[in-house]
Design a protein around this ligand. Structure first.
Ligand code: SF4
Length: 319
């Protein structure tokens, strides 16, 4: 499969069939914590990357033949999904053809555009990233395309919230020492108050980040963020800083090597997840031998982060 992967376990969407509608690591940001590494195609211009019917054919095939339940069709992929100018059609058709709810995980940077807001109207859930309340921290953490402004982005997300009949969530990624101060969190709260999302998810980088210096937020930062960001009437804040649990569906792949290379491009794999994927083909296979061979052949990278071992695609560029 070229555009669709999984289902993979998701902390918010259960068993989620991932859809990638853009070229690898095409994004309007280059976040310091990105699990896909440095942005290789930085742009704020939308385009039609692939034939939409090819993407839809894969979605239908994967949703109909999956061995695991498909709780959501999730547009997320290998960069920023709203950069695909066919997204509105893809969302509408994916929902109608599979009869599954559709979610979009976006950095929110293009929601100031009317066409992007219209495209997302047919989704059931939109989760938008917002990590900073001040322009300096926004540029430091998200490293946006120079044409983008935080004021415009927040205004666009707020406008979308007023028009959208589905569920709008905000996800905040906390990076230790960067957006953990009381001052920054209060500024972020002011931005979130303008948007009035249904829910705020508090997250921290749990997988190997683009920049080696990035550290997950410590307990003090997490407690402060919950105290400050939960302090609105009617907005719930939820912690998703624990690693996800659940199984990966690798039935669409011809063998463990192909499954590991493909899945790790979208989703850096903890060691036990890589072993589960290999075992799903046969209990007889020597997982350690396969992983060692793929790393030696430079088809996978092996990275230690925050006390765990991860396997990541060799296409991911990081410090
Ligand atoms: S985390 Fe998302 S928004 Fe940030 S660089 Fe990666 S793909 Fe782009």
């Amino acid at each position: 499969m070229k555009y669709v992967y999984g289902p993979v376990p998701s902390r918010r969407f259960g068993s989620s069939l991932g859809v990638n509608p853009v070229l690898f690591k095409t994004c309007s940001y280059s976040c310091v914590y990105c699990q896909l590494g440095w942005t290789q195609h930085m742009t704020a211009v939308r385009s039609s990357f692939f034939p939409p019917e090819d993407i839809l054919a894969e979605i239908e095939e994967a949703a109909n033949n999956s061995r695991l339940p498909v709780d959501y069709i999730t547009f997320v992929g290998e960069g920023e999904p709203t950069l695909n100018s066919d997204l509105g059609f893809l969302i509408r058709e994916a929902g109608e053809r599979t009869k599954r709810p559709v979610a979009v995980i976006t950095n929110g940077s293009l929601l100031w555009r009317e066409d992007v807001r219209q495209d997302l109207m047919n989704a059931d859930v939109v989760s938008a990233e917002l990590d900073a309340g001040t322009d300096g921290v926004f540029r430091e953490i998200n490293r946006p395309h120079p044409s983008l402004s935080l004021d415009e982005i927040v205004g666009g997300i707020a406008e979308f919230r007023r028009e959208f009949e589905g569920r709008l969530w905000i996800q905040v990624m906390l990076v230790e020492g960067r957006n953990c101060s009381e001052e920054e969190l209060l500024a972020l709260r002011d931005r979130i108050e303008v948007i009035k999302p249904e829910r705020v998810y508090i997250d921290t980088p749990i997988r190997p980040p683009a920049e080696g210096w990035v550290k997950p937020a410590g307990p003090e930062c997490l407690v402060r963020a919950h105290d400050i960001l939960s302090d609105f009437v009617g907005i719930e804040s939820m912690d998703i800083t624990s690693p996800e649990t659940g199984l990966f569906d690798s039935s669409a792949f011809s063998g463990p090597e192909e499954a590991l290379i493909s899945l790790s491009k979208r989703h850096p794999l903890r060691e036990e997840q890589a072993v589960q994927i290999i075992s799903s083909f046969s209990d007889e296979i020597d997982s350690a031998a396969i992983l060692t061979a793929l790393v030696s052949a430079r088809k996978l990278g092996c990275v230690e982060y925050n006390g765990r071992t991860y396997y990541i695609s060799s296409e991911i560029r990081r410090a």
